[in-house]
Design a protein around this ligand. Structure first.
Ligand code: DX5
Ligand code: ZN
Length: 228
């Protein structure tokens, strides 16, 4: 396996762009990865769906493993799975650098976070828009990243939910108070209008699918606009 690049290698406090491959053209993933890499993306966000935790299917370990041979960008793997315990090892083996789990998934979250760390990857937690922010609190000391979903997970191309901003501000406060280096990431409906709003609330890692891969102005310009 290639050297792992956990997201802890990226200092916190700077804007990081993580294009979501879900919006890419799956017929030519190698070329799509090259486009965002050339445009200045620092992380690649991979959405994994099981058709059960969310009503959609996406990609599995073989696709992740093929992508691994094309880039050294860190793979930020977002597991939308009912039973992630069964698949964590396969994604780590396929080349995940980071794994984010949903608090609503089944299984022992603490044990899964430990397993990810033991493999040399970084670990994060996320929650559905309707899940109270308090559900994360007991794990704050054990994660390297918290992801706030600003759409209902399952599909790209939805609108940013501004009612999640309070959650972002609360988590930002917890992270700052802890003094730990934890990334605060946002996922769902991020574009040049909503990116500044999410940043002002405290997010510094921005996932963006449609607004990057399907940008009329081209990928590089879209990434520059998100960063501006
Ligand atoms: C949704 C995924 C997102 C999605 C974002 O379940 O977690 O990563 O790809 O897509 P956009 O940026 O188009 O809302
Ligand atoms: Zn995602």
């Amino acid at each position: 396996m290639a050297t792992r690049h956990p997201l802890t290698e990226l200092a916190v406090g700077r804007v990081r762009l993580a294009p979501s491959v879900l919006a890419a053209d799956f017929c030519c993933l190698g070329e799509e990865i090259r486009r965002v890499e050339a445009g200045g993306a620092e992380v690649l966000h991979l959405d994994i769906m099981d058709g059960h935790f969310v009503p959609n299917l996406s990609i599995g370990p073989p696709v992740v493993s093929s992508m691994r041979s094309r880039t050294t960008l860190p793979f930020d793997v977002h597991l939308m799975l009912t039973d992630p315990e069964r698949y964590i090892d396969a994604f780590l083996e396929a080349g995940a650098d980071h794994i984010t789990l949903h608090v609503e998934s089944h299984g022992d979250l603490g044990a899964m976070l430990d397993r990810v760390h033991a493999a040399g990857a970084s670990a994060g937690l996320t929650l559905r828009p309707g899940t109270p922010v308090e559900s994360l609190r007991e794990y704050l000391e054990r994660v390297d990243l918290i992801l706030v979903m600003t759409v209902e997970p399952g599909f790209g191309g939805q609108s940013f939910m501004t009612n999640q901003l309070g959650k972002i501000r609360q988590i930002r406060e917890w992270i700052d108070r802890s003094g730990r280096a934890v990334h605060l990431e946002v996922d769902g409906g991020i574009n040049r209008e909503t990116a500044p709003v999410a940043r002002a609330a405290g997010c510094e890692m921005l996932v963006a699918g449609n607004s990057v891969f399907r940008a009329a102005e081209g990928v590089a310009a879209a990434l520059a606009n998100l960063r501006a």
